[in-house]
Write a protein that binds this ligand. Structure first.
Ligand code: SF4
Length: 388
């Protein structure tokens, strides 16, 4: 039941050259495609932030089809964070659009002389100037490109100031807050001076046997809706994990110093849904609708998932959920991985608690547990690489 289109786009950023080649129609997924590409084409020992790293962005054979939740792209390269194979995935609407443009994989090599973005509109692929986007966060970059190209449905994958500044845990984000967050793929994109990728496509994915494929889609949909986790996942997304970890006695409170948090009921998934969520959101072709749009006194945005919610509440000893949600929105906009950024802030708070560092070491920022000063100012400093 093949539905592969099998086109790989090669983008040589050093020489501003674009090529296209067919890929074998063997049905393997995005992560495997990227790993095989890196295994075959990446030289050993290269600097992950140097010109020899290769950044691969791929979708799987089902992406953009009528199969439920087939919406993920994977970004892979040698990781600047670990020095090993890095890869990270994001859902949303970017991957289906890439597929509809007739491409399964984009392989970026080299480094551009100046900041650029890649524009894909079906077969028409161009490297364009991005000087006006430098310094903009992910939301600003996305909205600017959609506005200037006069297309509110344009799919944009972008980096923020963190990626531009080569923070080793920066992200590539699509649909404002769907992040390929882990292993520093945003820094690799930033090292290539590639600010964004925009894509539009109108070539539908056609299964070889539409009837059998349609039956398989309906069966999966029905199995999913009948699953006992369907309703909790729809209501709370991953934020239901907070209470479950507390029940199991493994809540990461105060940077793992405790497994208990007395204000848990004020910062858990129920509190988030009750107090800050204004709208449920979904990825392409998924009826779980597990993501949520929030409005806080600081800003607005999508999420948080469990990891960011826990990172900026219990892990940092903060009982103010609205502050945590606002910080999560800021971290997403700056293009930082919310998990690692939260870990770094909580670790700094623990270092201060243990007397290893003082507030004076970090520009006088109050680093006590739950400090709003630290939670608001540190993400900006990390993304702009200011202070220690
Ligand atoms: S809405 Fe939730 S469950 Fe559905 S694809 Fe997106 S992240 Fe996954």
């Amino acid at each position: 039941m093949s539905i592969c289109q099998g086109n790989r786009l090669n983008v040589d950023l050093t020489n501003s050259e674009i090529g296209r080649e067919k890929t074998p129609d063997n049905g393997i997924g995005a992560r495997t495609w990227n790993s095989v590409t890196l295994l075959r084409e990446l030289e050993p020992g290269i600097d992950p932030l140097g010109p020899d790293n290769i950044l691969c962005i791929a979708t799987g054979p089902l992406a953009g089809s009528s199969m439920i939740a087939t919406c993920r792209f994977i970004a892979s390269a040698k990781s600047p964070l670990t020095g090993y194979l890095g890869d990270s995935g994001a859902r949303g609407f970017f991957a289906p659009e890439l597929r509809w443009s007739g491409h399964d994989q984009i392989v970026f090599t080299g480094v551009s002389e100046k900041w650029v973005y890649l524009s894909i509109e079906n077969d028409r692929v161009e490297i364009r100037d991005a000087a006006h986007l430098v310094g903009k966060d992910i939301t600003e970059t996305t909205l600017t490109l959609q506005e200037e190209l006069n297309d509110p449905d344009l799919q944009v994958a972008a980096i923020g100031p963190a990626g531009e500044n080569l923070v080793r845990y920066s992200i590539i984000s699509c649909n404002l807050a769907r992040a390929a967050g882990r292993t520093g793929m945003g820094a690799v994109m930033g090292s290539k001076k590639l600010k964004a990728i925009v894509v539009r496509g109108d070539q539908p994915v056609r299964p070889a046997d539409p009837e059998r494929f349609g039956n398989a889609c309906r069966q999966l949909q029905s199995d999913l809706e009948g699953h006992r986790e369907f309703e909790p996942r729809r209501r709370y997304g991953t934020t239901m994990i907070m209470d479950r970890l507390a029940e199991m006695g493994v809540l990461p409170a105060y940077h793992y110093r405790s497994t208990e948090f007395k204000d848990l009921e004020h910062v858990n998934g129920e509190a988030l849904r009750r107090d800050h969520v204004v709208k449920e959101k979904s990825c392409f072709n998924c009826n779980v609708h597990c993501s949520r749009y929030n409005i806080t006194r600081y800003n607005e945005g999508e999420g948080p998932e469990y990891e960011a919610q826990a990172a900026y509440t219990v892990k940092c000893g903060n009982a103010d959920l609205e502050l945590a949600v606002g910080v999560s929105n800021t971290v997403n906009r700056l293009g930082l991985d919310c998990i690692t950024a939260g870990e770094v802030i909580a670790w700094l708070m623990e270092c201060r608690h243990e007397g290893i560092i003082t507030d004076a070491d970090i520009d006088g920022i109050d680093l006590s547990w739950g400090s709003p000063d630290a939670l608001i100012r540190l993400p900006e400093m990390i993304a702009r690489r200011e202070g220690i």
